[in-house]
Design a protein around this ligand. Structure first.
Ligand SMILES: [Zn+2]
Ligand SMILES: [Zn+2]
Length: 471
């Protein structure tokens, strides 16, 4: 009896945005809502606020006290300095420090612009900002961070195609891996003076899979606090996949400079929708004195009121189901198990991967040399010029055994499973989703029917693809 019929060699998982191959539509809390939505959309629509609140509460419970405050179509959209600046100004302006203060809070008998000016000046002094931070806010980023597909962070991309379309202020790039505390502090201070409002990094480098050292994480937090810079962790790839709800919630990180937590976390659509989550014990947010749940829901409501509806209803239903599945199937714990199972199989098949640093990442974010992925014909999240690729196996269901991984993914015997996928694709006119070489959408109709692999029309990929040895 097959324990997980959904297991195959697609470890690309739509850049990690697919967490499971199991349908999350059918959970018993959500299915009745879908059925009702099909026949009486209005009735479900009228529960929108109720469902949105349920989602917000569940998210904060599952993700260690972080609230999904701002929703965006793509994680990159949430990493805009101007969006983050407005968000923290709103969080300060609607904080108990303002609304509970007899001198600061807006009064019915004063001119609205007087109230506006007073609240704004208070927020600026609290954040240590001047007009530069308001008019041209910027980020400090780690030098090995993912250079997003577009916008300001694309300036840091190592791929020229991305770099060529970068727009917006160039982030201040800091080598956080090597800098000692004194250097880091000096660089943060200089960046803050020039208009930087936040420090952004990821716990597992998208560039080369190297994991943030716990001591370094503590040092960055302390330097952020000293310079009143927001701390933003990009968990688009790592949420639920690294043995904890967010990777920085692993015990070895929590211990370091425990009095400070990240202010914002960027999450990706793998957990239903992308956006920004806020925690109120952050380096900066803890200054704002949010302790009561009603104050927290109020500021979230104020921010969300700025857009017509933060998430469309079907997405909201799906996001709820995904969160419930993550709890029921304990994805964080499962990510450790599946990560270990895959590492063991790679060690067995290819002893060179036992060398220190040959397999990187944490849990189910597994970074390996591209050559190894090519040899075992695994589809993975890669980039054209990087020697490192990421395996992002799906969670949910039973953790695959060594035998299942060999038979369905890595071994010679995976031929049979690949044939099943080929037959299914030929019947529907589909092709394998991802370019085996560079990871972007595959386009070739001339794909390999034996291996169930395809490629894009880039010349480098076409040539490299035709060198692969079939299973
Ligand atoms: Zn390609
Ligand atoms: Zn082949």
């Amino acid at each position: 009896m097959e324990r997980d019929s959904a297991l195959d060699h697609d470890f690309h998982s739509a850049w990690g945005s697919v967490y499971t191959n199991h349908s999350t539509v059918g959970d018993k809390e959500t299915l009745p809502l879908w059925e009702q939505y099909a026949v009486n959309k209005g009735a479900v629509d009228r529960k929108y606020q109720l469902l949105l609140n349920e989602y917000t509460d569940l998210f904060s419970k599952v993700l260690g006290g972080y609230y999904p405050i701002s929703m965006h179509a793509h994680a990159t959209d949430s990493l805009m300095p101007t969006t983050i600046a407005s968000l923290i100004l709103n969080t300060a302006a609607t904080s108990p420090l303002v609304l509970d203060s007899p001198t600061l809070r807006p009064k019915a008998d004063e001119k609205p612009e007087d109230a506006g000016l007073r609240v704004r000046n208070f927020a600026l002094s609290l954040l240590g900002w001047d007009e530069t931070h308001v008019l041209s806010p910027n980020f400090v980023v780690a030098d090995n961070i993912y250079g997003a597909g577009y916008g300001p962070l694309a300036h840091t991309s190592k791929e020229w195609e991305i770099n060529a379309i970068a727009a917006g202020p160039k982030p201040v790039v800091v080598n956080m891996r090597e800098a000692d505390e004194e250097t880091l502090n000096a660089q943060f201070a200089e960046a803050k003076a020039k208009g930087c409002i936040a420090v952004v990094f990821d716990m597992v480098s998208t560039e080369d899979g190297i994991v943030m050292a716990p001591k370094k994480f503590g040092m960055i937090k302390a330097c952020c606090a000293r310079n009143r810079l927001l701390l933003i962790v990009d968990e688009t790839m790592t949420a639920m996949r690294c043995g904890a709800p967010f990777a920085f919630q692993r015990p070895e990180y929590v211990r370091e400079a425990a009095e400070y937590q990240p202010d914002f976390v960027i999450f990706g659509k793998g957990i239903g929708v992308s956006g920004i989550a806020i925690g109120f014990g952050g380096v900066i947010t803890q200054i704002l004195a949010y302790t009561k749940p009603e104050d927290i829901s109020q500021t979230i409501r104020f921010w969300r009121a700025l857009v017509s509806r933060p998430i469309r209803l079907p997405i909201l239903l799906e996001a709820l189901s995904i969160l419930r599945a993550s709890v029921k199937e304990n994805w964080p714990e499962q990510s450790e198990q599946i990560g270990n199972a895959i590492r063991d199989v790679l060690h067995e098949l290819d002893p060179s991967t036992r060398a220190p640093g040959a397999i990187r990442g944490i849990g189910a974010v597994i970074t390996i040399n591209k050559e190894v992925a090519l040899r075992y014909r695994v589809m993975c999240a890669s980039r054209r010029r990087s020697p490192w690729v990421r395996l992002l196996p799906k969670l949910g269901g039973a953790t695959p055994t060594r035998e299942e991984l060999l038979r369905r993914v890595f071994g010679q015997d995976s031929k049979e499973q690949r044939q099943v996928l080929t037959r299914e694709a030929e019947l529907s006119g589909a092709i394998p989703l991802w370019c085996f070489i560079c990871g972007i959408e595959a386009t070739s109709k001339d794909w390999c029917r034996a291996c169930y692999l395809s490629f894009c029309d880039n010349e480098v990929c076409v040539q490299a693809f035709h060198r692969h040895a079939c299973v």
